[in-house]
Design a protein around this ligand. Sequence first.
Ligand SMILES: Cc1cc2nc3c(=O)[nH]c(=O)nc-3n(C[C@H](O)[C@H](O)[C@H](O)COP(=O)(O)OP(=O)(O)OC[C@H]3O[C@@H](n4cnc5c(N)ncnc54)[C@H](O)[C@@H]3O)c2cc1C
Length: 475
Amino acid sequence: MAEHATDAVVVGSGPNGLAAAIVLARAGRRVSVIEGSEAVGGGCRSEELTLPGFVHDTCSTVHALALASPFLSSLPLAEHGLELLHPDAPLAHPLDDGSAVVLERSVEDTARGLGPDADAYRRLFDPLVRTAPELLREILGPLRPPRHPLVLARFGPSALRSTVGLARSRFQGERARALLAGCSAHSMLSLRSPASAAFGIVLMVAAHRVGWPVARGGSQRLADALASHLRSLGGEIETGRWVQSLDEVAGARATLVDVTPRQLVRLAGDRLPERYARRLGRYRYGPGVFKLDWALDGPIPWTAPEVARAGTVHLGGTLDQIAASEHSAVRGEHHERPFVLLVQSSLFDDSRAPAGKHTAWGYCHVPHGSTRDMTEAIEAQVERFAPGFKDLIAARSTMDAAAMEAHNPNYVGGDINGGVQDLRQLFTRPVARPVPYSTPVDGLYICSSSTPPGGGVHGMCGYYAARAALRRQSG
Ligand SMILES: Cc1cc2nc3c(=O)[nH]c(=O)nc-3n(C[C@H](O)[C@H](O)[C@H](O)COP(=O)(O)OP(=O)(O)OC[C@H]3O[C@@H](n4cnc5c(N)ncnc54)[C@H](O)[C@@H]3O)c2cc1C
């Protein structure tokens, strides 16, 4: 490959690597992306993990953040084969009384299912959903002077609270509290820690404003559409080549790495000033995930029938139960009744399984690097709200936290967010610098989810890293 004929090399083709490459190609730069795996996409890939004809997303499925992303949503991805499908409802959260809380597209419809908390829910979400585009633009990026201070002022006081604190003070009933807890648990933080509520609020605002869609045919189609768009702009992609050292890609004016700090230290060797390398060495990674993919002989037999309307299902019961589970993972313990995030995309996308059959995945948070088999614990949580589920399992694929990292070296210890996303590390990832995407090495940038705004398929880390590289070149 002719690296020396390129202006920029991007190492890694996750959504952030591809987004960075697209920004550079659109600015007229000759860009090459080098990907270690045989397929592009990183956390946005699909494979037949179980049986022939069953398409499983190895990582992400729900693309709320792609739609919420000011950058990804501006790209002509439909012209490159992407079709997003919206489940009837974004999320359902079954409870032990046989009912389910449903996060609907509309705030009003959701509020109606929350009993005593209907008004409190409207009061919290109506104003945030109304100004969602401005809010998302503010928070899906690095820390900078706000363009919409009033919008942030409305979000901040609730977002900065712990989930447990906010849920208990805002809501009286178990239904609204559980709904917020399940959404906030995507943060992989203890729900008792400050700002854990921010993640739940943002995902719920996104559900109301843009929905939580899945990609027809699997998430690979989203990565393939990004790759196809990049190629249409003249970008090149090489797969099946693991970069071992940045010496291999020397020569380009800019190198952007879609990797986490630990990998960057290895790739850069003694190019990095010692002090910066030491600071990267102090970067904190969080809990891991244990994931199960199922091939199913039928749809999951939920006790509460409305759960079948939702793409995502949160299994863990009440606020207190979910908070206990999440706190365990952060403390390095396995919880016997873990909070499970489940996605049942084949109900809304018939291309993912043979006729009459289905796929689903479920994962729970586990201690960093865990190799404990959580199959029984996860399946017991599904059975709790869908008795008879296990009888439908035709085949399963399991991935513990260590296997996650083997599948994608960016998931260090199984941490799927590229590092802890607490207040101390959300905007100072990977280290505190005025431009966190830049490094002290001229022309070297980090563009992965280990930079602001962190994990998720939104491409905004790549977008801002590429913009930093372009600014430096023209400055
Ligand atoms: C089980 C699971 C479920 C998830 N669900 C969702 C979801 O529903 N919605 C959502 O928005 N997000 C979800 N995520 C998170 C999302 O997938 C990630 O946050 C996102 O993919 C991060 O993008 P990235 O580009 O920073 O890194 P990655 O997607 O991890 O991509 C990094 C790429 O770099 C490559 N690479 C690394 N080192 C090298 C090297 N030395 N040489 C060459 N190539 C290299 C890797 O192979 C990989 O392809 C999920 C993640 C997991 C694991």
